[in-house]
Design a protein around this ligand. Sequence first.
Ligand code: MG
Length: 567
Amino acid sequence: MWSRTRLVLCMLLAVSVILGLTGGLVLGQAFPRNETLYTGGKQWGPVSNWNPFMAGNQAMGTIGLCYETLFLYDPLTDQFIPWLAESGKWLSSTVYELKVRQGVKWSDGQPLTAADVKFTFDLGKTAALNITSLWDWLDNIVQVGDYYLEFHFKQALYQEWANNLYNIAIVPQHIWASRNATTVSTGANENPIGSGPYLFFAVDQVKMVWVRNDNWWAKTALGKSVAPKYIVDLVNTSNENSLGLVLQGQEDLNNNYLPGISTLLLGGYALHTYFPGAPYHLAANTAWLDINLQKKPMGDVNFRKALAYAINVADIVSRDYGNMVQAANATGLLPTWDKYVDQAVINSLGTSYDPVKAKQTLTAAGYKDVNGDGFVEAPDGSKIALKIIVPNGWSDWMAAIQIISSNAQAVGINVQPNYPDFNGYLDARLNGTFDLAIDNQQQISNTPWSYYHFIFYDKLADIPSTQGGNYGRYNNPTAFALVSQLDKVPTSDLAGMKAVISQIQTIQLTDLPIIPLWYNGMWAQMSTAYWTGWPSSADGDAHYLPVTWNGYWNMTSILMLCNLTAK
Ligand code: MG
């Protein structure tokens, strides 16, 4: 059996090598090093589609390098930057006027007009897309001339709309109008025609190459041009391989989690990170503990609080991550959302590491070790034996749940770490069969609404199919109603947003349906061997996001490319 397996593996390897070599020959040239940006960190397998509606597995840069959004959003300044749109404003409480930028052309030379924008949104009516749910509250779109649109809403969900403005990529009507709904939603969309600064150049099994679009509209409209002529995005093989490529200057920007950067920064390599010291990386998302509230004893808020008091997040930050991440505050809101954190609520209701308090909380709630095995039993005398899961191979998370398990055991809660494969981990969360799990699915965005919409996702029965969030099945109609209410607060009404968010935080910290742990980083290892002008926190440097993942080019990473200089 072994030899047969090995033979098949060898054959697969041979095929992939041949494909790789063939691709290399098709690519036909060595890319001039001083005109080429090598990237990695997005792609974990061969590239198979360039469909801007296929979130997750589209080629690196499909949205951002090729297709573009109406606005960019800068999370570091909380500003929207007009992009394919010149401007947008609410004419009334339910009508949003958008002025589409004049002079933008698709890469085949056709003009991009308001008709393309309307067409793109209208696609959500007939195809199952990420914009389909928008039509639950959007009534119709009226085109006024070639460059104006009016979006008429049944009910305006201001927070969500603002999120759409920088996430929905506009596609050309003259290319997409003849496609059926299935092709629109799941077609590979090879040889994509976009409006962005790069054109598809070539692809093989190990890389995808973009070439600069020298007719990009922003050169004349905004005086911006992207520096690299070629962007070669490498398919990840392993973190060790990526690290080697960065240290050798063969990869210019890598967005994998690479441990030990704090030491390597001092090692004389041409290595650069956004912050020169800890935490080295900007925060991308919150890692929190999902707690299955449908199982005993996790349904008991006192048990959850005891668990929160037991976990030593500072230890995870220092020992597991070498201070490459920061501890989350009790709400879990990202540093870019600091202004929304109600410190008074945290002061009165927040939990943090305090093992004495953890034991006191357990005792007061009736948990005690009646059988003398060192672990508490539930108030009804039943045994407690919990598993905490993360995907096998996710080494930083595996180390984290070892620390959390020993923290819990130290206060008498029997928690054991467990590492199913990735699909097993996903299934356990989606189907609610887990006890405890680490989760970080909600990324940085323009509004805490997106975070709360995820952790307080209200359609509990639909969670396995929608992957909507709230894997612990927290059920609180009051909290859900507040999240909906937040969505209806205009983004310009900061006081109104804070008032609702404060109420949500009060419920969150009273009930503790999840336990926020730390902020995962926008892992970005940049090499200064061939390119300089990288984003950094230093005064006078560009404060852009240095990230190639989906959804980040339109959060200012594209501006990073305009700021680079070849050495
Ligand atoms: Mg016991």
